[in-house]
Write a new protein. Structure first.
Length: 115
């Protein structure tokens, strides 16, 4: 069983930065992912990082602005978000789990970007 707790969300002006963190209880040997869900929209993929941190993936909408990283010794994954835009406003979730099976999800953290 893995529990995920996100933190670091908040209100920021457009062009600003935020760093989200996700702390995992239990060993997480799978890729770690960030998703987000804006009001009235479906949840969408944001970024992912392999267990070894050697491979990262980003949605086109955040590529070049967001950076995902992980610290396996601390069981944490972070999402550094720069040059934030109002369209980045959403609840951000971290998630992990084995392929083809139910994943573990955090409760989410709100990010609001004002114009």
């Amino acid at each position: 069983q893995v529990q995920l707790v996100e933190s670091g969300g908040g209100l920021v002006q457009a062009g600003g930065s935020l760093t989200l963190s996700c702390a995992a209880s239990g060993r997480t040997i799978y890729p770690m992912n960030w998703f987000r869900q804006a009001p009235g929209k479906e949840r969408e993929f944001v970024a992912a990082i392999s267990w070894s941190a050697g491979t990262t993936y980003y949605a086109d909408s955040v590529k070049g602005r967001f950076t995902i990283s992980r610290d396996n010794a601390k069981n944490t994954v972070s999402l550094q978000m720069n040059s934030l835009k109002p369209e980045d406003t959403a609840v951000y979730y971290c998630a992990t789990g084995p392929p083809g099976s139910d994943w573990y999800w955090g409760q989410g953290t709100q990010v609001t970007v004002s114009s």
